[in-house]
Each structure stands twice: as C-alpha cells, then as structure tokens.
Ligand binder design. Structure first.
Ligand SMILES: Cc1cc2nc3c(=O)[nH]c(=O)nc-3n(C[C@H](O)[C@H](O)[C@H](O)COP(=O)(O)OP(=O)(O)OC[C@H]3O[C@@H](n4cnc5c(N)ncnc54)[C@H](O)[C@@H]3O)c2cc1C
Length: 302
C-alpha cells in the first residue's frame, strides 16, 4: 500500500504541484478532540480540479482514504493509518451574490456566518458557533438553536460514488436529523446557501446571544467533538446521561463533561481507546437504566 500511496503522491506533485502534502501527519493536529494517529499522508488540494482528480485516482488505485473537513465531529483511532486524509481545508472560496452565498466545501461556518452578518443577511446565525466546515456541516446536516443546514442549502455540488460531478437541489439532499444523502457516499465540493435580507444589528445580537449560551452551557475549554451522541427519539442524550448519574465518569483522560453531560471531553492526554471505552460504558448504563440505546453522533475513523 505504501508504494501505491508514494506513486500517487509523486503523480500529484507532477499534476498539481500546489497541492499540500504532509507525510505521517498525526490526526490529533486536525481534530478538535486532539486525538488520532498518523496517516500516511494528509493531502490538501487547492482547487476543485485537483480535488476531483485525487478522488478519482484514490478510487481507481484502491487506496484507502477518508475526507477531512474541520475535524470537529471526528474520533480517529491512535494507530498508524495506511491511508490518505483528503482535506477540504483549501477549498475555501467564499462569494456573496445577492441573497446567495457560494461556498467552497472547506470554508468554515463561522467565516460564512460572519460574512453574512456583515452583508446584512439572516439565516446563518444558528451556525455561527458550530466549528465545522460547510462540507462537513452539509454532510451532518449540522444544526443548533432551532436552525439546521437543511433550512438554508439551495444546492450542493458533489462527486458521486462513480466519480461524476453532480448538482443536487437542497430538497433532494435527504436531510434528516444529523444526516444527509452524502452519508451514503460522495464528496461535497461546494454549496450554495440561500439567506434573506435582515437587520444587521439584530443578526449581530442573535449571534452574540447564542455564543454566550454556548459558553455558559458547553465545556469549550476542553477538546471535544461536540455532542457525543445523537438525540434519541423524544428526549435528550445529555439528560439521560445526567440522570443515569454519569456526569464526571472517567476513563483515562476521557471524561463525561461535568458541565454538559452530552459532551465527552479530553482532559489532556485521552486516547481513542479512552473515549471509545467511555462511550461504550455510557451507552450500556443508559440502556440498563432507561432502555434507550444511544447512537454516536461523532464519526469514528478506525
Ligand atoms: C465545541 C463543539 C460544538 C459543536 N456544536 C455543534 C452544534 O451545535 N451542532 C452540530 O450539528 N454540530 C456541532 N458540533 C459538531 C461538528 O462541528 C459538526 O458536526 C460539523 O458539521 C462537522 O464539520 P467538520 O467540517 O468539522 O467535519 P469533520 O469532522 O471533518 O467530518 C465529519 C464527517 O463529515 C465528512 N465530511 C467532511 N467534509 C466532507 C465533504 N466535503 N464531503 C463529504 N463528506 C465530508 C467526514 O468524512 C466525516 O465523516 C460541535 C463540535 C464541537 C467540537
């Protein structure tokens, strides 16, 4: 596999010399959990052309890879990964045109939200404090405080599992609670968002209010991947975890946050196995107590 990856990297340097390539890069540097072992190569294409070419080559050459947005919903295992992490970080073009926003998949939600605020456009306030990229947020149908990506996605340009570039209107993206059609396959290249004209002062106030609520409720001083578990039907994971008496439960340096039971935090040197074991313990104990099987919201890369 190493030889195959080396050949691909050599070809990449020749075809798209501006592509960022970092060998043996630890994923702990690219995840908000600060957990994850080294990949054979972190590859950061600078253009959609290079990104699509790489995707097609990875598939054609049968090289294992995973897509990396901002790493804010990922739990990556500690061992070495004979794989390529294909990052969207440099697909970061952002353009406002009337009520529309044209975003590269790698643009951060906070940058789009700040731009929308400055343009007097409303609709992105909910996303201001979500630390993801636009691509990762569409993939997850990220949401908060009554808003979600489904509400604002006009269309998505992506590469399907056969390597074809396609455009899907928002209504056909299969959005549901923390899910989208892209979880069945495909790589998001760019997204058009549709916002509405709004009162800049009100937009700013709403964003500040939501940020304050996050700071008050969430353990933002520790690395995490946000909510560890999805909301079960008819309830909140954090409430069940709290009522099962699991706040503060610890495995190694992974802990169920004392501030917000829905978050598992890294107290400093948590390993993949610490977090994974703690997630299993929480799942079992909530099931024993309430008969509800929690499902992870974080995406696991083994
Ligand atoms: C402190 C904190 C608070 C958070 N608050 C919220 C919140 O309020 N609401 C919420 O919904 N989430 C929240 N999250 C979780 C996370 O920010 C979101 O799920 C976000 O949308 C993930 O985006 P990302 O770019 O970081 O994706 P990543 O973590 O990099 O990837 C997540 C998944 O998306 C896939 N992916 C990424 N980019 C693409 C692409 N271009 N095409 C196809 N697949 C892709 C990856 O392969 C992976 O499977 C929070 C996280 C943290 C750390």
């Amino acid at each position: 596999m190493i030889e195959k990856i080396d050949r691909l990297l050599a070809d990449t340097r020749r075809e798209y010399p501006e592509t960022g390539v970092t060998l043996g890069e630890p994923m702990s540097r690219h995840t908000t959990f600060k957990i994850g072992g080294p990949v054979s190569a972190l590859v950061e294409p600078k253009s959609i052309g290079a990104f699509v070419w790489l995707l097609r080559e990875l598939n054609a050459r049968e090289i294992p890879y995973f897509l990396l947005g901002n790493g804010s919903n990922l739990l990556v295992s500690d061992g070495g990964h004979e794989a390529v992490a294909l990052s969207t970080a440099r697909l970061d073009t952002l353009r406002f045109s009337g009520d529309s926003v044209i975003c590269g998949a790698g643009v951060t939600l906070s940058r789009v939200a700040a731009g929308a605020r400055d343009q007097g456009l409303t609709g992105m306030e909910f996303a201001h404090g979500i630390p993801g990229s636009v691509g990762g947020a569409v993939y997850m149908n990220a949401g908060a405080y009554g808003g979600e990506m489904r509400d604002i996605v006009e269309s998505v340009t992506f590469v399907d599992t056969r390597g074809q570039i396609r455009v899907l209107p928002g209504e056909e993206c299969g959005f549901g609670y923390r899910t989208s059609v892209f979880q069945k396959g495909g790589a998001i290249l760019s997204v058009i968002l549709r916002l509405r004209p709004g009162d800049p002062r009100k937009i700013r106030e709403t964003m500040e209010d939501l940020s304050a609520r996050r700071r008050e409720k969430q353990p933002l001083n520790y690395p995490s991947a946000g909510s560890t578990f999805k909301r079960p039907e008819g309830g909140y994971a954090s409430k069940l975890i709290d009522e099962a008496g699991l706040k503060g439960l610890r495995v190694g340096d992974a802990q169920v946050s004392e501030k917000h039971a829905g978050f598992i935090v890294n107290l400093g040197n948590a390993t993949f196995s610490d977090v994974y074991t703690l997630m299993s313990q929480v799942t079992e104990r909530v099931y024993e107590r309430f008969g509800v099987r929690l499902e992870p919201e974080v995406k696991i890369v083994l």
